[in-house]
Design a protein around this ligand. Structure first.
Ligand SMILES: NC(=O)c1ccc[n+]([C@@H]2O[C@H](COP(=O)([O-])OP(=O)(O)OC[C@H]3O[C@@H](n4cnc5c(N)ncnc54)[C@H](O)[C@@H]3O)[C@@H](O)[C@H]2O)c1
Length: 253
């Protein structure tokens, strides 16, 4: 799909992987709506890349609906949606202080899984009205899961459940939206060096960097953004979940 001049929405665009996607897409000539609950981050990224910062809580139907409408108003119908908003609050099923509070589990499912679904349903409803491109393609949706969908570690019950849900949702969305010429793919990153990771002590970061089989380094948001461009470019990649992890297989802890 030709990106120049088309509109894109990036959730979680105010930080880390989403921010890099916004910059990369803007550099390709896309009109990017940078959506986040963190408006300070969203504004900074939008300013840097000439995008539009829009407040959006992906867990809320009203907030997301208003944000998608604002993006359409500013840039036209989005033909690319990148779902990057996510949280990773850890917690054991039964920890030192007893069972994990149900609200803690729900909070992660709400942002990562329900938030992804919320954006897919709203953006796809618009996207199906877009002018078809080559191959009658109208748009592309890219979700962000995690290798935790497959090898969730101790303390990742909520996070792994939410990401496993995104993996399961992928093929259903691809099948349902196919008739409108909308592709759906999901990227499952391994260890990516973002603000999430920057909080760890240097020793822990170095040890994590040794875990992938090859290359022996942390992934970067640029590695992710590169895959986004590759997915945009190849119309035959649809309904796919792609691990981006250097053959990393996480251990139990
Ligand atoms: N960094 C990694 O190693 C890694 C690995 C696998 C998967 N991922 C996934 O990649 C995605 C991006 O992660 P990141 O490392 O860039 O994290 P990050 O914390 O740098 O960015 C996440 C962004 O999502 C936003 N956000 C949180 N809740 C939101 C909500 N309700 N509505 C809208 N925005 C919200 C945050 O404000 C933040 O700007 C997440 O889904 C994460 O689970 C990250």
């Amino acid at each position: 799909m030709e990106l120049q001049g088309r509109a894109a929405i990036v959730t979680g665009g105010g930080s880390g992987i989403g921010a890099e996607c916004a910059r990369t897409l803007a550099a390709q000539g896309m009109k990017v709506a940078v959506m986040d609950v963190n408006m300070e981050g969203a504004r900074a990224v939008a300013q840097e890349c000439g995008g539009t910062a829009i407040e959006c809580d992906v867990t809320s139907s009203d907030s997301a609906e208003a944000a998608v409408a604002a993006a359409r108003e500013a840039n036209g119908i989005a033909q690319l949606l990148i779902n990057c908003a996510g949280i990773g609050t850890p917690g054991r099923i039964v920890g030192r202080d007893g069972p994990l509070p149900l609200e803690a589990y729900e909070a992660v499912i709400k942002v990562n899984l329900i938030g992804t679904f919320n954006m897919i349903r709203l953006v796809a409803a618009d996207m199906q009205e877009a002018e078809p491109m080559e191959d009658d393609e109208r748009g592309l949706i890219i979700n962000t899961a995690s290798v935790a969908a497959y090898e969730g570690q101790i303390g990742q019950a909520a996070y792994a459940s939410s990401k496993g849900g995104i993996v399961a949702l992928n093929i259903v969305a691809a099948r349902e939206l196919a008739r409108s010429g909308i592709r759906v793919n999901t990227i499952s990153p391994g260890l990516i060096d973002t603000p999430m990771m920057a909080g760890l002590p240097q020793e822990a970061r170095e040890s994590l960097a040794q875990q992938p089989e090859f290359p022996k380094r942390l992934g970067t948001p640029k590695d992710y953004a590169k895959l986004v461009l590759q997915l945009c470019d190849n119309v035959l990649i649809n309904g796919e979940v792609i691990r981006l992890d250097g053959a990393l297989r996480m251990a139990a802890r």
